[in-house]
Design a protein around this ligand. Structure first.
Ligand code: ADP
Ligand code: MG
Length: 238
């Protein structure tokens, strides 16, 4: 479990401000959902946390260490994208182990970790298949597994369920929550879906035009929206 501090992050693309002094203190083991409409800066914020994107000012601090200058691979976090980005020519087993092979992880550790996630995510029977032979939901599990073998202490998710149908989305929401209980990892989960946010989060950060308008537990967001935007977006009565 790790704490994550996002401090005064600013970023713009071609003169347009995309992140406007974003501040968030995330406690170890929290499940945080970043909620907001398309284009409000959610993916950019996640990419800045992961180190996949730079920012003009501000800091990302993980467990009291400023990681702002570190490469993504040095930050000790796992990221799951909307497009699963699995390697099509590799088996599921190889998809899971490849990152560790590249990083020079000892073989017995690789085998142990692959067995662990395969069991955790119930994909043991799929290990010798290739991504093309999997359903959308199965590919999604493999993508989550691939992230978890890298790090299970901080996991970043960027709209990971948006390519699934409604039934599978609902099931996977429940499973992700169970996974969070089991691993006790710190999870930062981006979505534009209010139901996902309200059902999964310990706290929700509602974003609008590059700013966090409210950062609070789902119930307070719903009962005491901090602005008209928040009230309108989560559909609360105010
Ligand atoms: P969200 O994930 O909430 O939909 P994004 O973080 O992807 O939003 O984008 C926020 C804003 O930044 C949008 O206006 C988008 O067009 C812009 N943007 C994102 N990435 C780039 C880029 N690489 N170059 C220029 N503009 C970008
Ligand atoms: Mg996005």
């Amino acid at each position: 479990m790790s704490s994550v501090s996002i401090r005064k992050i600013r970023k713009s693309f071609a003169g347009l401000t995309v992140l406007d002094s974003v501040d968030m203190e995330i406690a170890p083991g929290e499940f945080i959902v970043i909620l907001g409409p398309s284009g409000c800066g959610k993916s950019t914020l996640l990419n800045v946390i992961a180190g996949l994107d730079d920012c003009e000012s501000g800091q990302i601090v993980i467990d009291a260490v400023d990681v702002s200058g570190l490469e993504p691979s040095q930050r000790g976090l796992a990221m799951v994208f909307q497009s699963y980005a699995l390697f099509p020519a590799m088996t599921v087993r190889r998809n899971l182990s490849f990152g560790m092979e590249v990083a020079g992880t000892p073989k017995p550790t690789i085998v142990q970790k692959v067995d662990w996630v395969a069991k955790l995510l119930q994909i043991e029977a799929l290990l010798d298949r290739k991504p093309g032979q999997l359903s959308g939901g199965q590919r999604q599990r493999v993508a989550i597994g691939r992230a978890l073998v890298r790090s299970s202490s901080i996991c970043l998710f960027d709209e990971p369920l948006s390519n699934l149908d409604a039934k599978l989305r609902a099931e996977t929401r429940v499973e992700l929550k169970q996974l969070h209980e089991t691993l006790k990892s710190t999870m930062i989960y981006v979505t534009h879906d209010q139901i996902e946010a309200m059902t999964m989060a310990d706290r929700v950060a509602v974003m609008h035009k590059g700013r966090v308008e409210q950062f609070a537990p789902p119930q307070s967001i719903y009962e005491k929206p901090a602005s008209l935007f928040v009230a309108g977006f989560v559909g609360s009565p105010a």
